[in-house]
Design a protein around this ligand. Structure first.
Ligand SMILES: NC(=O)c1ccc[n+]([C@@H]2O[C@H](COP(=O)([O-])OP(=O)(O)OC[C@H]3O[C@@H](n4cnc5c(N)ncnc54)[C@H](O)[C@@H]3O)[C@@H](O)[C@H]2O)c1
Length: 596
């Protein structure tokens, strides 16, 4: 029997609470919105009115529906008003002592049958429940930010939560148009357990000046299709909330150092830089609560072109290799108007590579992106060869041969003998140290990484990797070329995984660990990341697409470089690779693809 819920109260109208009130009222449920002071109540009311007004302005809500929605909400200071509601959702700051005191008070005030729910992101629902005389009626209802938009709700049951309470809350989620996953009480539940290590790592990268805030965010948006970069997301979440979540996850989640909050987060919180809600966090906003970004002293100056730093001119480009990346990169350069020399290892390969590039251009013609004449002109710009000596007069060489260090080092040593002085030599490696390729030549200052993403013709991102020997001119040249290709270049130092893979693969590995621990299922974890965080694919979908062997190799590199215990490849990932379950291509990975 599911418990019936007709009236609800929401306590705390901050970043989450105001949105949660809107979710209930939008779906025809009367809400009592409660705050600690008149000022906080007014702020909460203003957020709700602002949000519904924006929905009306965008044509997503009729004015009459907005008025009806607002008519369902009553605002009160103090908990006494909550005596008759069927459910209370608490959304006060993420501190156990505060929540326990609040729940003890709610227990005294609310009617005996009322369900008491917390929106905590990381605290133990069990710890909160024992502050009441009704722990069986305490549950976690974890909405995602922004609550009116994100489809997912994590329903968190403790060992004592009554089944009819769980059923009642699940039914309520259905009425709210949300998708619920019901899980046990564990630090960070599904989504935050996978998200916060990644967010913290992004802050550590920024703090170490490994890449700029814009570049870190662009890398994850453009490289992984995420709706927001990690630093912009932290600003949305609120740095104070993020600090508390990380701190709790560190203490509850086995003291994984990856959850120990990056020192910069604490400094920002102390300085009052809380993110959007205070008008400034990693970025600066037009005013507190506004999503509109305004330039500040860290904003890159768009009017200074990269060429001002002594970039060399590039007209002719060599691409070495015959695989997917090489053919994609040939297409990208030739389409952008560069003269290209394609060099493969075997005599019969040039024709294969030409066919692959032509096949891809033909598809672009069918899609209407290219005329037949443009396709032919693009192909005419490429010389197809099996002889490295044909690279003697190019200005840039992009190497995309096998991901094996000795193969790449041999190639770089040969290029060093063949190429004219001043040529930019680039590797597309995704996991090997660029400096090792550079040191195979006598000109390490001219060697960079240009990490294209697959499929290169479609992906807008290129990571531009400089080593400790790369000259400023070589870096400027690399940036200018990437810009001329119409790609977003993200500049980063030469560390395992660069920006994207260093942030992506540990998250995927964590998802495998979560599965291994039987905390949740492949489907629910995928759902949680897609519907709770707006990811285009869930971690297991992505692992099956990327290839489990590729993910394992990258994770091993990351682990080898930093020796962080939390980065050790998940045993389940190792076993699946050993068993030949490599993902979609192999017919089976985390899911069976043979029937599709
Ligand atoms: N920010 C997010 O992205 C996010 C996402 C999901 C869940 N959560 C969780 O939601 C909860 C709230 O987080 P937030 O980010 O909205 O915090 P917030 O700081 O933005 O808002 C907290 C609100 O609670 C009010 N408050 C404080 N003490 C109160 C009391 N005793 N009675 C009534 N109101 C009180 C404050 O005035 C403030 O308006 C936390 O448990 C957090 O972990 C946050």
């Amino acid at each position: 029997m599911a418990r019936e819920i007709n009236t609800v109260g929401v306590v705390g109208l901050g970043t989450m609470g105001a949105g949660i009130v809107e979710v209930f009222a939008r779906n025809g449920i009367d809400v009592l919105a409660v705050e600690i002071s008149d000022a906080a109540l007014e702020r909460g009311r203003a957020v709700l009115v602002g949000s519904t007004d924006r929905a009306v302005a965008k044509g997503k809500l009729a004015p009459a529906d907005r008025d009806a929605l607002l008519g369902r909400v009553s605002f009160e200071v103090g908990l006494a008003a909550l005596r008759d509601v069927d459910l209370v959702v608490e959304a006060v700051p993420e501190r156990l002592d505060l929540k326990q005191r609040l729940f003890a008070e709610l227990d005294r005030v609310c009617k005996p049958s009322a369900i008491l729910a917390t929106n905590t992101s990381s605290l133990s629902v069990t710890d909160i429940s024992v502050a009441t005389q009704r722990p069986d009626q305490v549950i976690g209802i974890h909405f995602f930010n922004p609550a009116p938009v994100m489809k997912l709700v994590e329903v968190v049951r403790t060992v004592v939560t009554a089944p009819e309470v769980v059923a009642g809350v699940e039914a309520l989620c259905g009425r709210l148009g949300k998708v619920d996953v019901t899980i046990n009480d564990r630090a960070g539940f599904i989504a935050n357990a996978l998200l916060f290590g990644y967010l913290n790592q992004a802050v550590t990268m920024y703090e170490a000046r490994y890449a700029s805030r814009e570049d870190i965010d662009a890398a994850m948006k453009l490289g992984c299709g995420l709706p927001m970069g990690p630093l912009a997301l932290l600003d949305l979440i609120g740095l104070d909330t993020a600090y508390e979540v990380l701190d709790t996850m560190y203490r509850r989640g086995g003291r994984d150092r990856r959850h120990a909050p990056a020192p910069l987060i604490k400094q920002m919180v102390t300085a009052g830089l809380l993110g959007r809600k205070s008008g400034r966090g990693f970025y600066t906003y037009a005013k507190p609560g506004s999503p509109a970004l305004v330039p500040d002293e860290h904003t890159p100056n768009a009017t200074v072109p990269a060429a001002a730093d002594g970039a060399r001119g590039i007209a002719k480009v060599g691409v070495v290799g015959s695989g997917t990346m090489a053919t994609g990169i040939i297409e990208v350069f030739a389409k952008a108007g560069y003269e290209v020399v394609s060099v493969t290892r075997d005599a019969e390969k040039p024709e294969h590579v030409r066919e692959a590039v032509k096949g891809s251009l033909d598809k672009a013609v069918v899609r209407g992106e290219l005329t037949e004449a443009e396709r032919d002109a693009t192909l005419d710009r490429v010389n197809w060869s099996a002889t490295l000596e044909h690279l003697a007069d190019v200005d840039l060489v992009v190497e995309a041969v096998a991901e094996e260090l000795s193969v790449k080092q041999d190639l770089f040593a040969t290029l060093d003998e063949i190429c004219k002085p001043g040529v930019l030599l680039a590797t597309t490696t995704s996991s090997l140290p660029v400096i090792k390729c550079a040191m195979a030549t006598q000109r390490p200052a001219d060697v960079v990484g240009l990490h294209f993403f697959n499929p290169a013709p479609a992906m807008p991102l290129v990571e531009v990797v400089h080593t400790i020997r790369t000259s400023p001119e070589a870096l400027a040249t690399a940036r200018a070329v990437v810009a001329a290709l119409g790609r977003t270049g993200v500049v980063c130092a030469d560390r395992a995984g660069f920006v994207v893979n260093a942030l992506l693969f540990p998250y995927l590995n964590d998802a495998v660990r979560m599965l291994e621990a039987s905390y949740s299922t492949v489907d629910d974890i995928d759902h949680a990341m897609k519907l709770g965080c707006g990811y285009p694919m869930g971690p297991f979908e992505l692992l099956d697409a990327v290839g489990l062997d590729v993910a394992l190799a990258s994770q091993r590199e990351l682990y080898r470089e930093v020796r962080e215990p939390g980065l050790a490849p998940a045993p389940l990932l190792e076993h699946l690779v050993t068993a030949g379950y490599l993902g979609r291509e192999a017919g089976r990975g985390f899911r069976d693809h043979t029937a599709r």
